[in-house]
Design a protein around this ligand. Structure first.
Ligand SMILES: O=P(O)(O)OC[C@H]1O[C@H](O)[C@H](O)[C@@H](O)[C@@H]1O
Length: 552
């Protein structure tokens, strides 16, 4: 008998009924009825604390969600991931980013081979390379120490390292500055090259496939810039290093073999910041701090692997997302880091979550009949309060939000951190409790408005409340806590994909755009008309060609 589909499971149907039983329930009342609510819906692990009491749930809800997780064999699927099973089913590969931070001695095998020796030797090569650059033992072609690192890569070869190096800015080496180039928009690389000196710049070419058009085109520009500004072919090896799983293409491209750091097929791009793709981070914060980053992630890995589901932070967060996305009709989820250094977190989690779970067929290739990955958005708090929090408070759409804030700051100026913290708490409290019509009326009465004015304005000042949020806390943005935080979201994403029965580790959806782009590029650049397609694309190509013909 075939495995019942997700929505056929009795645990799924029980959640539909449970959600119906909560309609009309307001979190404000749940807090008043349950003085121990905060303590009950609070969990911590690996230096990360989660207050999930400001959610649309009663003490009966999590047991229902946990029952669904067990019905979907989440404990077994967690073990399968750590064991190195081919959980990337469509590409028949393991997903072993956890191996990159497996600091113990236990082996992890892929196709019968223990991969840990190569992981460890690559980490050792990184350590030596980082030391040689930071100690100035490895210098530029005019024998000056390097001052700038330019990382050229896109997607997972960009967003993860960029997030972590920005998150750990307080740990940066005094001399080394790090820049990222990703976009094929020539302005991106132009704006970086404008401010650096070829004599003291190290280029890191970051590409798992070494076939990504944006990265290869940008690398060509960087190489030409280097050759036209004092460099020559013999000096390329001093200034260009690559990280890739495709060593042959990198060598064919002109990267010296000894300057190539490996990565592996069993690491997805969006899960690769822990590998040599993390070199920009390691160069700026140093290997000791990079190893702390790995150990923070490893601590979260161990928690995820060993903790009972009910105490398991990634499982709890994953199930809350399922609760809102599949039973309350939420299409989005906001990531709101109240920490300037973590402002890059939403962008990284957009790729991590949306490229992993933005899928519409099950691992068996059957169309899903339920919603899968949400739209991930967000930005730094408190800035967002002055931009998009209006929709969170009074909009018609539900977007659960994660408020993420350190208890301490790296930069104690004035009362700033207390004010930031107060803002974070006041936002989640306002989203939870709202403001009733009577409260709005009373407020306007206290301001001295007359009865007509009150009745006119009061409806506009009502805040419905009952908007779910998580508050995620940690001591401070350190290598360990940043490592644990990112790993927390990696495992949350994995659990959601496992429940939705999708392959969270492939990304076939990005292929069509690339394929269509080849023909369009030909038609933009060449005189030939190429085959006609739709009138929009044809018309737009024509506009581009006319503009550039006029310019020619
Ligand atoms: O690292 P690369 O092979 O250059 O790939 C860079 C990015 O492009 C691909 O199209 C995928 O969308 C991403 O998952 C990947 O991280």
């Amino acid at each position: 008998m075939s495995q019942p589909g997700l929505t056929e499971k009795p645990e799924w149907k029980a959640l539909i009924d449970h959600q119906a039983s909560l309609s009309g329930t307001h979190m404000r009342d749940l807090f008043e009825q349950d003085p121990g609510r905060f303590e009950h819906f609070f969990a911590n692990a690996a230096g990360i604390s989660l207050d999930y009491s400001k959610n649309l749930l009663t003490r009966e809800t999590m047991p229902h969600l946990m029952a669904l997780a067990r019905a979907c064999e989440i404990p077994e699927q967690i073990q399968a991931m750590f064991r190195g099973d081919n959980i990337n089913t469509s590409e028949k590969r393991p997903a072993l980013h956890v191996a990159l931070r497996n600091l113990g001695d236990d082996p992890i095998t892929v196709e019968g081979t223990d991969i840990m020796p190569e992981v460890r030797s690559t980490l050792g090569r990184m350590e030596e390379f980082v030391w040689r650059i930071r100690s100035t033992q490895w210098r530029g072609f005019t024998n000056k120490p390097f001052t700038d690192v330019v990382s050229i890569g896109i997607g997972g070869s960009f967003l993860g390292p960029k997030l972590v190096s920005a998150a750990l800015k307080p740990y940066w080496h005094g001399r080394l500055n790090c820049h990222y180039v990703a976009n094929i928009d020539g302005s991106h690389i132009t704006e970086v090259l404008r401010h650096i000196n070829p004599e003291t710049t190290l280029f890191l070419i970051q590409s798992k496939s070494f076939r990504t058009q944006e990265t290869l085109e940008n690398t060509k520009v960087a190489r030409e810039w280097f050759l036209h500004n004092g460099g020559d072919e013999a000096l390329i090896s001093k200034h260009f290093v690559a990280v890739t799983a495709n060593e042959k293409e990198a060598i064919d491209f002109g990267i010296a073999e000894e300057n190539i750091f490996p990565m592996w097929d069993w690491v997805g791009g969006r899960y690769s910041l822990w590998s040599a793709i993390g070199l920009p981070t390691a160069l700026t914060i140093g290997m000791e701090n990079f190893r702390s980053l790995l150990s923070g992630a490893n601590a979260m890995d161990q928690h995820f692997r060993e903790a009972p589901l009910e105490e398991n932070l990634p499982v709890i967060m994953a199930l809350l997302g399922i609760w809102y996305g599949n039973f309350w009709g939420a299409d989005a989820h906001a990531i709101l880091p109240y920490d300037h250094y973590l402002r890059g977190l939403p962008a990284h989690l957009q790729q991590l979550d949306m490229e992993s779970n933005g899928k519409c067929v099950t691992r068996a290739g059957q169309p899903v009949n339920y919603d899968t990955g949400p739209i991930i958005w967000g930005g730094a708090g408190a800035n967002g309060q002055h931009a998009y929090h209006q929709l969170l408070h009074q909009g018609t759409r539900m977007s659960p939000a994660d408020f993420i804030i350190p208890l301490r700051t790296h930069n104690p100026v004035g009362s700033h951190h207390a004010i930031l913290f107060a803002n974070c708490l006041s936002q989640t409290q306002a989203l939870m409790r709202g403001k009733s019509l009577d409260e709005a009326r009373a407020e306007l009465r206290d301001q001295g408005l007359d009865a007509d004015a009150i009745e006119t304005l009061a409806p506009h000042k009502v805040i419905p409340g009952n908007k779910p949020t998580n508050t995620i806390l940690f001591e401070r943005s350190t290598p360990r806590t940043v490592g644990a935080l990112v790993a927390l979201y990696e495992h949350k994403t994995f659990v959601q994909g496992a429940i939705w029965d999708v392959d969270s580790f492939d990304q076939w959806g990005v292929e069509l755009g690339k394929q269509l782009g080849t023909d369009i590029l030909d038609r933009l650049l060449k005189s030939g008309n190429g085959k006609k397609t739709d009138s929009s694309t044809d018309g737009l190509i024509d506009l581009f060609r006319r503009k550039h013909r006029d310019d020619a």
